[in-house]
Design a protein around this ligand. Structure first.
Ligand code: KIV
Ligand code: ZN
Length: 509
């Protein structure tokens, strides 16, 4: 970036930024989210693999299950440091001692609003409590990370006094939470700069997204010298959430040119795991991990990207373990359609492709959605007998049997017709199991990922996206249908077909 050199001269950038991941604590505080102990353990492993420096594994005082999960995480010998949350309260710190983590994150609110309406304490009492609890935690051998809750709404001289006193009491690092997301980047920078002048230990920022500024505020904190950033995967967290880890690390690396320990290629799979285990869906347009983050529809953009992705992508999707996606609709242009038809073995005939494009635009103009499958079906009509062989869902039958659904499907794939059956708790799960049963008659298919978007209205069909693995080859298939069960069957069929036609020698028997 042309302006990156300016950053080094104008700001107090740290050489390396440490990521304090709070997905398992603040992230789990998302209204409606609750992770089972085994899910927390699985996510801790994933966060460690991702390379976060510190995992805030939870708040031991919350429940027995929480306590057991954190104990297990602390015992796993992960590379990331394991931290637990505790109020400035002896009982909380004792619970943290029991779980055996190396780090403790102790906090107490410092803003007058919290003092008056929540803690019912004076500033002197808060200061005294903060100091004594940091000393208590230190005396038990913890690495102590101290947060002044609601720091950005705290009287700045008082905030600085609290930080200086807890530093003297032995705190190893400090955190400035923007608890209700009311800071603006300029102010965050000022607060961090003032705190940095007043203390010697590392400083963190912890930003919430109530005004959509969590990432911008976190980065402003780094510009002022904060060495540690708190964040959550997919930005999950209380109310509007926390700063998104994936957005922060992407900006630090690609915009600021700063180092972190993050393995970027693991970002997408970690995001998907958090989405699956928490049930909190990532919005399509979310930066880095959203479904549309590397998708292009408009003819102008697709033409540019096919020439060089640099035209309309700031960084390549592969950096984050993702792939580019061309989407079809009323904004499509000839180049995108041509690229798809070429990939599926159609002869490139300009006049026919032009007809396919007009039909796509007609669907788009009527408010309809167009999948790859739709484009290929249109092309089949336009090309007639000159159409290349493709996969097709010939039939899907679903029946409700007691508490389960049963599904039977009949598909044509790589020139073969196969049938499969399966059952599941929903029609979609039964259909997924049926189509897997069918395709496994042709190859060793492993299902890596399934995503279904369904709006339950007849204007917007359900979209299914699956990723499969056959031997070492991966493919993504998509299906679009008003019935999500059919969408998932055509997505699996299409993904497996892509692999089978490119590797006709991988038959099981
Ligand atoms: O948002 C917040 O203030 C917190 C504290 C516990 C640090 O999550
Ligand atoms: Zn928070």
């Amino acid at each position: 970036m042309a302006w990156q050199k300016l950053l080094q001269t104008e700001y107090h950038l740290p050489h390396r930024v440490y990521l304090f991941d709070t997905t398992l604590r603040d992230g789990e505080q998302t209204p409606g989210a609750a992770l089972k102990p085994q899910d927390k353990i699985r996510l801790a492993e994933a966060l460690d693999q991702l390379g976060v420096d510190i995992i805030e594994a939870g708040f031991p005082r919350v429940s027995k299950g929480e306590m057991e999960a954190i104990k297990e995480i602390a015992r796993m010998g992960l590379g990331s440091k394991i931290c637990v949350l505790a109020r400035c309260d002896k009982g909380d710190i004792d619970a943290a001692i029991d779980v055996g983590s190396e780090w403790i994150h102790v906090f107490i609110a410092t803003s007058d609003i919290h003092l008056k309406y929540k803690l019912m304490m004076s500033r002197e009492q808060v200061l005294e409590r903060a100091v004594s609890m940091v000393e208590y935690a230190k005396s038990h051998g913890f690495t102590v990370h101290f947060s002044a809750e609601d720091a950005t709404r705290t009287d700045l001289p008082f905030l600085i006094k609290v930080f200086q006193e807890v530093e003297k009491a032995g705190a190893d690092s400090l955190d400035i939470p923007d608890t209700v997301g009311t800071a603006i980047p300029h102010i965050m920078k000022r607060i961090v700069a003032e705190v940095k002048k007043a203390v010697k230990i590392p400083v963190a920022v912890h930003c919430h997204d109530d005004f959509g500024l969590a990432v911008a505020n976190s980065l402003a904190g780094v510009e002022a010298g904060a060495e540690i950033v708190h964040a959550t995967i997919n930005g999950i967290g209380e109310r509007a959430g926390n700063a998104s880890l994936e957005e922060i690390v992407a900006a630090l690396k690609f915009l600021y040119g700063l180092e972190t320990n993050i393995r970027f290629e693991k970002i997408y799979e970690t995001s998907r795991l958090v989405e699956k285990l928490t049930g909190i869906t990532v919005p399509k347009n979310k930066a880095v991990v959203g479904d549309n983050a590397f998708a292009h529809e408009s003819g102008i953009h697709v033409h540019g990207v096919l020439g060089s992705p640099l035209t309309y992508e700031p960084v390549m999707p592969e950096n984050f373990g993702r792939r580019r996606r061309i989407v079809y609709g009323k904004h499509s242009g000839i180049h995108g359609v041509e690229a798809l038809l070429r990939e599926y073995g159609f002869n490139i005939e300009r006049e026919k492709i032009g007809r396919v494009l007009s039909l796509i635009k007609e669907i788009g103009d009527s408010g309809g959605k167009v999948s790859e499958e739709t484009v290929l079906n249109i092309a089949d009509q336009v090309y007639g007998s000159k159409s290349p062989e493709r996969s097709k869902v010939l039939g899907l039958r679903i029946a409700k049997a007691d508490s389960e659904y049963e599904a039977f499907c009949d598909i044509s794939i790589a020139g073969e017709q196969v049938k499969g059956g399966g059952s599941g708790k929903t029609a979609v799960l039964a259909s997924l199991s049926a189509v897997l049963d069918a395709v496994r008659k042709l190859a060793d298919v492993e299902l890596l990922d399934v995503k279904i978007y369904s709006t339950h209205d007849d204007r917007h069909p359900a979209e299914a996206e699956v990723e499969v693995l056959v031997k070492d080859v991966k493919a993504v298939g998509r299906g679009l249908d008003i019935d999500p069960a059919k969408a998932v069957v055509s997505a699996v069929t299409s993904a497996v077909h892509q692999i089978l036609v490119s590797q006709s020698s991988i038959r099981v028997s």
